[in-house]
Design a protein around this ligand. Structure first.
Ligand code: SAH
Length: 569
């Protein structure tokens, strides 16, 4: 009589977080096989059954013993913490079977019983850190070469995954977590939230929320899972929360940018998710824009799919749940519910999906500051009633146009002679009007810079002021980088702090830069910042941190003494 192999994940360790099937599977079995600590965790369920306890490193012999006993006709439960298919025993049991030429048909029966894995149990204690694309990486190089683990850490870091680090550290393996932090810091801001959970749902449970920079100051061991947030994860009232989505806007340039916490849950920011007061005409699936025009590619958020069945969306459901709780506590009235549109949001069919917003900035040209009447009319027509046009402090008009066809918009704008730029954390050139092009000798250099680095993605928005004479009346020296053409050569200024109460001009670092050197020098500086700046690090901070850029040394800005305000005389 053939026996049965039950490979059981019993979850984090507490009885109530074990599935019903995990419990019955253990009760049904004649023999329970597992690592000693785990056998102790489920001892109450085992009763008088035969138990085979093994040490941590004896996984292969554990699997072989299980197969042997099952083939002898026993029902055997092999137990793993969490999920048995996540760094657990399930794969190993199959490997032993495969080695023996086992077949599903006629061989011992195998049932894998799923359990709550550490990524989920630890996440629930931290808040909601695994709301978006996430991955697990085991830092144990016991069975996997470290070079491969490091490659995976780097790939996950670069792709902005939330990362759950299993087996982060043991008595002997202490370097891996240090090296992992080093790799992560190349891609994520030092302030990225990090959750450290030891023994989730077990006796010695310990929960810490810290940052990527400080994570190593805390206790991390074999019973710990470390959860690294993505670039949008934030901490609120001791909870680590990853927003559900990224902004579904698209702009010229490469990235879809995450929303900041305070920007979320506004209908203009998440038009696909929240009930819309006015429906946009649905233009069909699969028409989301793709590809791009020369210069700057058109970046596209994932194409929204047409819901087959109209379901209430997740945000409406979450709001409804919140109101139900508030009502049961007497904190929300019927009126609040009505005002929040809850009954309608949940029961009514969802409006057709509105077109995503296409955002970009336009100007009449690098040096040209005048719009023609035809250009103004085209803008009005393209933006229409549904879109928006905003006048920015950076010589640009910001356009927000709901459309499924951004290429049509860009083609039309280019045909009208506009200069198009992506918005967000990109390089923007701000040139003067070169005295109505009377002093135009340096214009080609501004154009070359625009061509080479205009729209380049950088850690934080970067403005390059470019002025055609020493008057610098378009305030080039007050930008992140200032370039002033004077006596047939260029003066270069680096690291202006362009906003804030302690704003200051950029530091003059060079006078008389030869025209043939200018573009390459500035390009190298900007590309270095693009590659090595921390996420969200402004250029002036980057300059202060690295201290020298292309041989130019950073100098501290003088601190002014502030006198007390004098009353009367
Ligand atoms: N099969 C298990 C993982 C086994 S690998 C699962 O799916 O969860 C062992 C690692 O899992 C530990 O080093 C730790 O990183 C993590 N882990 C397992 N149980 C945990 C718990 N209760 N609390 C925190 N981390 C846990």
């Amino acid at each position: 009589m053939a026996g049965k192999l039950l490979v059981v994940g019993f979850g984090p360790g507490s009885f109530e977080h074990m599935t019903e099937r995990a419990r019955t599977a253990i009760s049904e079995s004649d023999v329970v096989i597992g690592y000693s600590t785990y056998v102790d965790l489920v001892r109450d369920l085992i009763g008088e059954k035969a138990v085979v306890r093994t040490g941590m490193t004896e996984e292969v012999s554990r699997a072989q013993e299980a197969v042997r006993q099952a083939e002898a006709g026993k029902t055997v439960a092999v137990i793993s913490s969490g999920d048995s298919g996540v760094y657990g025993m399930a794969g190993l049991v199959y490997e032993v079977l495969v080695e023996q030429g086992w077949r599903r048909e006629g061989g011992v029966e195998v049932e894998i019983v799923p359990g709550i894995s550490a990524i989920n149990s630890t996440a629930s204690l931290l808040g909601a850190p695994v709301m978006h694309d996430a991955c697990t990486i085991s830092l144990s190089d016991h069975l996997t070469p470290w070079t491969l683990i490091a490659k995976r850490v780097e790939a996950a870091a670069a792709a902005d995954f939330v990362i759950a680090l299993y087996n982060p550290r043991s008595g002997r393996r202490t370097r891996q977590i240090v090296e992992t932090q080093r790799i992560l810091l190349q891609y994520r801001h030092p302030d990225t939230p990090v959750g450290i959970v030891k023994s989730a749902y077990r006796d010695r449970e310990d929960i810490t929320i810290t940052t990527l920079a400080n994570m190593l100051d805390h206790d991390i061991g074999m019973l710990t899972t470390v959860l690294i947030g993505n670039s949008s994860t934030f901490v609120y009232d001791g909870l680590m929360i990853t927003p559900r989505g990224y902004q579904r806007k698209y702009t010229l340039g490469a990235e879809v940018q995450p929303l900041r916490p305070h920007e979320r849950l506004r209908s203009e920011a998440e038009p696909w998710a929240l009930a819309q007061s006015e429906a946009q005409p649905w233009s069909g699936a699969g028409q989301a824009p793709s590809g791009g025009a020369a210069g700057a590619a058109v970046a596209v958020a994932p194409a929204p799919s047409v819901p087959e069945q109209v379901l209430p969306d997740a945000v409406s459901l979450a709001m409804e749940a919140l109101y139900c709780v508030q009502r049961s506590r007497g904190e929300a009235s019927e009126m609040d519910l009505f005002m929040a549109g809850i009954p309608g949001a949940v029961t009514a069919a969802r409006e057709p999906e509105p077109a995503p917003l296409f955002e970009l900035a336009v100007s009449p040209g690098l040096a040209i500051k005048r719009f023609t009447a035809v250009q103004m009319m085209s803008l009005a027509e393209l933006v229409g009633e549904e879109g928006e046009m905003e006048y920015t402090p950076h010589h640009q008009l910001l356009l927000r146009i709901p459309t499924w066809e951004p290429e049509r918009v860009t083609a039309r704008l280019r045909a009208e002679g506009f200069l198009l730029s992506p918005i967000g954390d990109v390089v923007t050139m701000k040139a003067c009007d070169f005295c109505n092009l009377e002093k135009a000798e340096s214009v080609p250099y501004a154009e070359r810079l625009q061509e080479h680095i205009g729209g380049l993605k950088v850690p934080k928005e970067l403005k390059i002021g470019f002025n055609g004479c020493g008057m610098a009346c378009y305030n080039a020296v007050n930008e992140d980088i200032g370039i002033v053409f004077r006596r047939q050569k260029f003066d270069l200024f680096l690291g202006g702090k362009t906003v804030g109460r302690n704003a200051h001009a950029a530091q003059p670092v060079a006078e008389g830069v030869e025209p043939e050197d200018l573009v390459a020098t500035v390009e190298r500086i900007v590309k270095q910042y693009a590659q090595q700046g921390h996420p969200n690090e402004r250029f002036h901070k980057y300059f202060a941190r690295v201290k020298t850029l292309e041989g130019y040394t950073h100098q501290e800005v003088p601190v002014f003494k502030i006198e007390n305000a004098i009353c009367g005389d």
